[in-house]
Ligand binder design. Structure first.
Ligand code: SAM
Length: 220
């Protein structure tokens, strides 16, 4: 149903102000700098707005009704807390297809993949949101030193994330314990998404991996 998606011809043609960030905090980028890809019901997108006040956060979600739910949730948060949550928004799109229409190279500081759909069957592995090809896209949009975060309760999918990211020349894995201590986003992504809360209730395990976008000159 790709014909259902409207998208700008180039990132330069995209106006983020009116629909997404009508009253941006002073000093913030007017374009997104942090993506919550497959944001679902938006718990992390909203938490990141508070955790990262200097960043401009965008949740991306393919399901129309879920996107609308998050949009209303953000509007309600803004209304209840005047001046807050102006640095987060949500957009309905297929992030596996349309990122290049929205984002400029090296414009993002963080990309989150929280509890993505596992697509268990081998013939569906091509639909996974972390893949060799898409990692090159994500590297293209991340700033040098920017971070890519993956978390899942599916061990097999976690192993896939680690295998694909480790193999990619433009990403370097950060030490699990150290990054947990030093980067509050790691805790946030383990507790703030709706899926993470479900996993918690069911006493499931959560596996994460965080990668840094390295300079092309440092690549092996
Ligand atoms: N991250 C959320 C959380 O942890 O609660 C949601 C996890 S849910 C299992 C995966 C989400 O990714 C679903 O809401 C789904 O609609 C969305 N999704 C799947 N493919 C997508 C795509 N190509 N572009 C954008 N969103 C996608």
């Amino acid at each position: 149903h790709n014909d259902a998606f409207e998208y700008p011809r180039t990132p330069q043609d995209m106006d983020w102000t009116e629909e997404h960030y009508p009253e941006p905090p002073a000093g913030n980028s007017l374009q997104p700098t942090v993506l919550d890809i497959g944001c679902g019901f938006g718990g992390l997108t909203i938490a990141l707005a508070t955790l990262l006040p200097k960043e401009t956060v965008l949740g991306m979600e393919i399901r129309a009704k879920v996107t609308e739910y998050v949009r209303l949730r953000i509007l309600a948060s803004r209304k209840e807390n005047p001046g807050s949550f102006q640095n987060c928004s949500v957009m309905r799109t297929n992030s596996m297809k349309f990122l290049p229409h929205y984002f400029k190279p090296h414009s993002l500081s963080k990309i989150f993949f929280c509890f993505p759909d596992p697509h268990f069957k081998r013939k569906n592995h091509g639909r996974r949101i972390v893949s060799e090809r898409l990692l090159s896209e994500y590297a293209h949009f991340l700033k040098i030193g920017g971070r890519l975060y993956c978390i899942t309760d599916v061990k097999e999918l976690h192993d896939w994330h680690v295998e694909k990211c480790n193999a990619h020349p433009l990403f370097r894995r950060l030490d699990d314990e150290q990054v947990f201590k030093e980067d509050p986003c790691v805790h946030a992504m383990s507790v703030e998404t709706e899926e993470s809360k479900k996993v918690e209730r069911n006493k499931g395990s959560k596996h994460y991996a965080v990668y840094e976008r390295i300079d092309d000159s440092e690549a092996p």
